[in-house]
Design a protein. Structure first.
Length: 209
């Protein structure tokens, strides 16, 4: 009974921490959109999230650590999808069909745009590096596996997998993210992301098929 009680306590503590982290992250994004990166402080985030400064510093270290955590969490859904679909041995073009709309929605969504604007305003370059590592650099190796699977199945033909991945991302995203960052493109809807994804896959097959 004592073991069960201890296990339940551990689970409850983990759930409580996850809930508090979500509140902290919501507060961080809200301040980021209102005040920009320079105007967002750990104290301001703690106050808005009704959390203690000590909690934020213990969990994230500093503001850079907090925003690196936001970047990593923002990419988790796409990474998890790719890992699951690769493990399930799904057809490569089928994986792209599932991935494209989600990746586009992620990259053009308000959180990613807020993070990119913050990175542009960070004079240290640390947040931009975190965006690169948690974003393209973490997803690209999985995309390599997807395109290599398409190559093995005779669906695509290419020599360098990293160039094939770059081509796919260019076809999918193009200049859409930078246009969102500078405020000249509205947030896309699901239909736009689906159509753009299908177009990117068709063009990829046309160019490399």
């Amino acid at each position: 009974l004592r073991y069960l009680s201890t296990t339940q306590e551990v689970v409850m503590r983990a759930e409580t921490r996850t809930h508090r982290q979500e509140q902290i992250e919501v507060a961080a994004y809200k301040l980021l959109e209102q005040k920009g990166f320079a105007g967002t402080s750990m104290q301001g985030i703690a106050r808005l999230a009704k959390a203690s400064n000590e909690t934020l510093y213990n969990w994230y270290g500093d503001k850079q650590g907090l925003f690196k955590a936001l970047v990593a969490r923002n990419a988790d859904e796409v990474k998890s999808l790719l890992e699951e679909e690769l493990d399930a041995q799904r057809d490569a073009l089928g994986i792209l069909g599932l991935l494209g709309p989600r990746l586009l929605s992620l990259l053009l969504g308000p959180r990613a745009i807020a993070l990119n604007r913050a990175a542009a305003a960070d004079p240290t370059g640390a947040l931009g590096q975190a965006l690169s590592q948690a974003g393209r650099e973490s997803v690209a190796p999985l995309l390599v596996q997807v395109l290599e699977r398409a190559k093995a199945a005779g669906q695509l033909s290419f020599e360098l997998s990293d160039q094939a991945v770059a081509l796919y991302l260019d076809l999918l995203v193009g200049d859409l993210q930078i246009r969102r960052v500078i405020g000249v493109l509205p947030p896309p809807d699901d239909a736009f992301c689906q159509e753009r994804s299908e177009r990117a896959t068709r063009m990829l097959v046309k160019l490399l098929g």
